[in-house]
Design a protein around this ligand. Structure first.
Ligand code: PLP
Length: 403
């Protein structure tokens, strides 16, 4: 498997060139291949959805559409976005907390096939809206496990979080659901951890969740058709070449899948690898013993490393042009901190990373920038110009100029 590393020639060829470079570049062909490779080892009949919140760009959605079962959305806005990008045929399932009446109306209007409910209030609201419309909504109940659960970067279940219905409250939720005549129970939903890098531990967690779903169904006399095991397959930002063992994961899980339709809804592992965020070095300085590269760009475009307090993987792409009459500043064999253009010390993308050379005018190429990057960032903070967003594929090249 690969990750996207655009060459300096490609970057110079596809960017506008009317100022310092700041651009997201996406390889849409590789993105599609990535989804296909993740889906292939799963048991036959498994639905592999893409979790839209990782990257909701219409071009990303269109590139993925042929290679996934459909799209998992968490808001009415994401429903509309998927329909506009890929049309009426795409399958959509909806999850997430804090559901409103408007969400349910949008779900019905746009042909969303299933709702993952996370509370009694959400069930009653969905039931009321569906009944009024003369519709039936198939639902999965999202379970927040009693825990503890194996370690990962983010934990949504097995802990005191706002997600799902806690395991001990599931029997009461099922009682309420029985009275919701406009909802149809189809199974359970689990999205317990995000960025789990241990495929064996993730398979063990999913196996336990499947056993719990079967146990609950047997105990309560339910027709269990579907278990959605969420997303959470990990990536390693410290090692872009490392890969989650999808084949081992699928092999461990397959014997436990008999008689059920399994579903997954992965975001990060699908979208992370095949985009890069490229920023020109605007300035270099040494302050109190630390070496800084100041970039055209920063956390207002790419908040992920500051959100996770990690050093984002990058390489420096040397550029030879230098148009100023003064000597070109450079740092050699230094530990470099990548800072953005915002007036806050939090605007840091990597800290004290050894580099052989950095010069003003060179490009910093941040890798694995496709998931939870642009989409989670505070674009208007300080009103700096937006990055170019460039979508390349082997057959064509499309560019969306910033607004
Ligand atoms: C965010 C989310 C996902 C995707 O998680 P990844 O860790 O990106 O794979 C799936 N399901 C739900 C309910 C989510 O909130």
């Amino acid at each position: 498997m690969s990750f996207y590393r655009p060459s300096i020639e490609t970057i110079l060829a596809v960017t506008r060139g009317d100022g310092p470079i700041c651009a997201f570049l996406h390889d849409l062909s590789a993105l599609g291949e990535q989804a296909r490779a993740l889906r292939a080892p799963l048991p036959p009949g498994t639905d592999f959805f893409y979790a839209v919140k990782a990257n909701n760009d219409p071009q990303v959605l269109r590139a993925l559409a042929p290679h996934v079962a459909g799209f998992e959305v968490a808001s009415a806005g994401e429903i509309v976005r998927v329909r506009q990008a890929v049309g009426s045929a795409a399958r959509i399932v909806m999850g997430g907390p804090a559901r409103t009446e408007g969400d349910i109306r949008t779900l019905l209007a746009f042909g969303v096939e299933r709702l993952h409910v996370e509370s009694a209030q959400a069930m009653r609201l969905a039931n009321a809206v569906a009944a009024r419309a003369g519709a039936t909504i198939p639902v999965l109940l999202r379970v927040n496990l009693a825990g503890p659960v194996p370690g990962a970067t983010l934990t949504m279940g097995g802990a005191a979080t706002q997600f799902g219905i806690e395991q001990s409250a599931i029997p009461d939720a099922l009682t309420i659901l029985r009275d919701c005549r406009a909802l149809r129970f189809e199974g359970f939903h689990f999205h317990t951890v995000s960025n789990n890098r241990d495929a064996a531990a993730h398979a063990a967690l999913c196996t336990a969740e499947l056993a719990m779903a079967r146990g609950l169904a047997a105990e309560h006399g339910l027709d269990l058709r579907i278990v959605n095991l969420g997303g959470g397959w990990g990536v390693d930002y410290a090692d872009p070449d490392w890969r989650f063992d999808v084949i081992g994961f699928a092999r461990a899980l397959t014997p436990h899948a008999k008689g059920l339709r399994l579903q997954f809804e992965c975001g990060r592992i699908v979208a992370a690898y095949h985009a890069a965020y490229v920023c020109e070095i605007i300035d270099l300085k040494q302050v109190h013993g630390r070496a800084f590269a100041l970039l055209r760009g920063g956390t207002h475009h790419f908040r992920l490393p500051s959100s996770w307090s990690h050093n984002h993987p990058f390489e420096i792409l040397p550029r030879e042009e230098w148009s100023h009459p003064w000597p070109r500043p450079e740092l050699l064999d230094t530990k470099l901190t990548l800072a953005g253009e915002l007036c806050t010390p939090k605007d840091v993308l990597a800290r004290d990373v050894p580099v052989p050379r950095a010069r003003i005018g060179d490009l910093v190429c941040l890798q694995m920038a496709g998931a939870y990057g642009w989409d989670i960032s505070h674009h208007d903070f300080l009103c700096h110009a937006r990055p170019e967003r460039i979508f390349l594929s082997s057959s064509r090249e499309t560019t969306e100029q910033p607004a």
